[in-house]
Design a protein around this ligand. Structure first.
Ligand code: ZN
Length: 133
């Protein structure tokens, strides 16, 4: 694990949330992307070395709509930057963590990603991400 890559925040309305975070961080959204396979639309803002990812559901069965229905809007996951996602997944599996996918998936922002079940990380959904070579 190198560092926190970004913090993911589940929002109901990307348009208004984007404006709020642009004001809060005094910067502009630099990227918006739809991840069709996840039923999610993402927007990124950067402040110093840190990124915030806003996530909005694009489908009613999206993990984001389920999350908001259960917990409301708010912090959804913490993502860590990793050098070698395959090695890190194997290490965590070996340590007893529950991985939500067996192979890395295509994520937003040119990343390969894998999620760690919140049950195995004290209630926090963890995302591993490796910049695609
Ligand atoms: Zn993320």
């Amino acid at each position: 694990m190198k560092q926190i890559e970004h913090i993911g925040i589940a929002v109901k309305d990307m348009e208004s949330a984007g404006k709020i975070y642009e004001k809060l961080l005094n910067t502009s959204v630099y990227k918006t992307e739809v991840i069709e396979s996840e039923g999610v639309k993402t927007t990124f803002l950067q402040v110093g070395p840190n990124k915030i990812e806003l996530l909005e559901a694009t489908a009613t069965n999206s993990p984001i709509s389920n999350f908001i229905a259960k917990k409301g809007e708010g912090i959804h996951h913490i993502a860590f930057d990793v050098e070698d996602i395959i090695a890190e997944m194997a290490r965590l599996k070996n340590e007893g963590f529950i991985l939500l996918n067996d192979t890395p998936k295509e994520g937003a922002d040119n990343k390969l990603v894998c999620f760690v079940h919140p049950k195995s990380a004290n209630g926090v959904l963890i995302e591993l991400c490796q910049t695609k070579p």
